[in-house]
Design a protein around this ligand. Structure first.
Ligand code: DAH
Length: 339
């Protein structure tokens, strides 16, 4: 019996030493120490051992089991340590390798131009406000002196959400919303997205941006409007920029004008950029129509004001000499990075 147990022990240790992964160690444990294992079989054979020898044999079996367990445990610890070290070696981080470049985006020319315009007007004491892109027909047209049958409505034919709700065609409705709040005086600009059912081409898009401006106070005159926009043009396009006010018509201003700036590319001599005229149109403006003031709860006898509307894309295209508006909407980082 003793030899038999020695033999089991030797065989178990040999197999343990031949194991290279923890799974194999487990197989050895099952084979020798498990319920159906070889040592258990010896215990089961105890009935054939003389009763007086049984305690002795039992002790020998337990010693053999303990000896095998010790070797098993040592091997497992060693094996795990080895595997952990191998894993660490494989996962070693080379801190001298160049790091992966993280791609940083770039501010959009529209954003750069808008921030520039905001900087100029905030510097003159204006507030920046926002209005809804989905607007009531009432604010987009009616309160701006554009009744249902007005031809200006045709020109700005738009996306209707329902009979009374439109995607705003201009930022001008923000004028009416701010005036209605009744806090006077007003000095604000309102940038935002507008929508028109325009075909896409180099200068048109069904969705673009405008910046609205509005000043209401006592004794505001056309001279204030001219002075303000002159400062704006000089700040935006350079100190030598001249402005020209051409009479125009907008339903919500009277008188109204369109403003041209002297071509900053050729110094008003005439070039390809200004189509030979020396001038570039940049915005619409005028004195707020008394009827609009009245509709928005302001007494035109006491207060007056001016308004203007600038196309943001137009400013960005001019300022950065981009010749196709569609480039602004493609969001190609190689294009955006240039500004
Ligand atoms: N809303 C006008 C448009 O989209 C632009 C405009 C013209 C705005 C004159 C104004 C203004 O505030 O006074 O064509």
């Amino acid at each position: 019996m003793k030899e038999k147990l020695e033999q089991i022990k030797a065989e178990a240790i040999a197999q343990i030493q031949a194991s290279d992964i923890p799974e194999k160690l487990n197989d050895v444990r099952v084979k020798f120490l498990g319920k159906k294992g070889e040592l258990t079989a010896v215990l089961k054979g105890m009935k054939d051992v003389a009763p007086e020898d049984r305690p002795k044999v039992g002790q020998l079996v337990n010693e053999t089991r303990a000896a095998i367990e010790v070797v098993l445990e040592e091997s497992r610890t060693k094996m795990e340590k080895f595997l952990r070290e191998e894993k660490l070696k494989a996962e070693v981080i080379d801190v001298t390798l160049p790091s992966k470049k993280s791609m940083v985006g770039h501010r959009h020319p529209n954003t750069i131009a808008l921030e520039e315009v905001e900087r100029i007007f905030v510097g003159m004491g204006y507030e920046v406000v926002e209005g809804p892109e989905v607007e009531y027909d009432l604010y987009n047209f009616e309160k701006l002196n554009i009744p249902a049958d007005h031809p200006a409505k045709d020109e700005q034919d738009t996306f209707y959400v329902s009979k009374d709700i439109v995607l705003r065609t201009q930022t001008s409705p923000v004028q009416a919303r701010v005036m209605e709040q009744g806090k006077l005086p007003i000095r604000m600009i309102a940038p935002g997205r507008v929508f028109r059912s325009d075909e896409v081409d180099a200068t048109h898009s069904p969705s673009f941006h405008q910046i609205e401006g509005l000043v209401i106070d006592k004794n505001i005159s056309f001279a204030d409007l001219k002075g303000t926009l002159e400062v704006f043009a000089k700040e935006l396009f350079g100190p030598d920029t001249k402005t020209k006010f051409r009479p125009h018509h907008f339903p919500f201003t009277e008188p109204s004008a369109e403003v041209d700036v002297s071509c900053f590319k050729c110094g008003a001599k005439g070039c390809r950029f200004c189509k030979g005229s020396g001038w570039i149109e940049i915005l619409g403006c005028g004195m707020v129509h008394p009827h609009v003031l009245e509709m928005c709860g302001i007494d035109p006898e006491e207060y007056s004001g001016f308004a203007f509307g600038v196309g943001l894309e137009r400013i960005a295209l001019l300022k950065y000499e981009i010749d196709d508006m569609r480039l602004l909407y493609e969001n190609d980082i190689r294009f955006l990075k240039q500004f």
